[in-house]
Structures are given as structure tokens and as C-alpha cells.
Design a protein around this ligand. Sequence first.
Ligand SMILES: Cc1cc2nc3c(=O)[nH]c(=O)nc-3n(C[C@H](O)[C@H](O)[C@H](O)COP(=O)(O)O)c2cc1C
Length: 169
Amino acid sequence: MNKILVVYFSHAGENYNVGTIEIGNTELLAKEIVAKNGADEFKIEPKDKYPAAYQEAIERAAKEQKSDARPEYIGDVNISGYDTIFFGYPIWWGDMPMVVYSFIEKHDWNGKTVIPFNTHEGSGNSGTYDILKSKMTGATLKGDGFSMAGSTARTNDGIKKLDDWLSNL
Ligand SMILES: Cc1cc2nc3c(=O)[nH]c(=O)nc-3n(C[C@H](O)[C@H](O)[C@H](O)COP(=O)(O)O)c2cc1C
């Protein structure tokens, strides 16, 4: 049986384009993927939570990126029991949030089928799917992934686009 896991990071709070939100843009997509596939999920939650205030969050993110930090996260998931892993995150400063690297580097990706998705506000996937390819040794990245503006992810139209993509996979 093909067991599916959805791993994602998403930051609620004050958002660049959509005001203050309780559920992040990427999380909305992740929840829909979970619902449509009856999948399990793991949310990457940093031990030291990112500030809700946008300006503070972007400053911390910039610092972490500059120092190539690997922030710790809460708990973990054993990915060995899953064949297919949807992997989602927002673009932060043209890259993945550093805590996402922490997760990638802690796991053995050999033999996994990985399907990336991300939200952004203009940068698309910003080359991060290529980074996933090089860092997830032994994994096969399926399809072109799914990249959507965060503001669109919060609309019915956005969720419909996601559903269409899921049914074409
Ligand atoms: C620290 C930070 C840096 C960001 N950098 C970029 C960026 O370089 N390019 C971009 O298109 N969007 C950028 N954004 C916007 C987010 O990618 C976008 O709002 C995304 O949908 C947030 O997803 P989330 O609600 O799941 O965290 C940034 C947002 C934050 C908080």
C-alpha cells in the first residue's frame, strides 16, 4: 500500500500580503493535500517559535540564512514507513526557511517519491526544487511541483487549482 505523508512548514501571524492569519498559506495547501489523499501529516515547528510580527520574523529569517543556521524543531516523524512525501514551505528570502533544511538533513530520503509544493509572493519556487533534488539523496522528485502565491492559496480558486493539480498527478 502506498502510504502518503505531508511534511510542511508554515508561519501564521502577520503576513506580508494577507494581513494577520491564524493558519498560514502553505498550511492551507497542506491541509487540502492531507484531506484529498487521506495522508498523514507532520508540521515542522521550530523550538524557538518565529515571532508573529512580520518585521521581526523577516529579520530573524535573514539572520538565520546569513549564518546558515539549522534551527531545532519540535518532535519528529519517522519517514521510513512512507513511499510518497509531499513537502511544502513558503519562500523566505529567495530560499527555504532554514528550519526546513534542518528537517531535510535529519532524514534518509533514499527511495522516496517527493512532491514539492510552496507558497510565495512573487518568487515562484525560487530554485528551491533544484535544491531539494540535490539534498534529498536517492529520492525521486515527481512532476514539476506546485507553486502558488500565498494570497491565491487563501481563495476558492487557489484551492481548486490545487485539487486539479492533485488529480493530475
Ligand atoms: C521571512 C519572510 C521572507 C519572505 N521572502 C520572500 C521571498 O523572498 N520571495 C517571495 O516571493 N515571498 C517571500 N515571502 C512571502 C511568503 O513566501 C508568503 O507570504 C508565503 O505565502 C507565506 O507562507 P506561510 O503563510 O505558509 O508562512 C517572505 C515572507 C517572510 C515571512
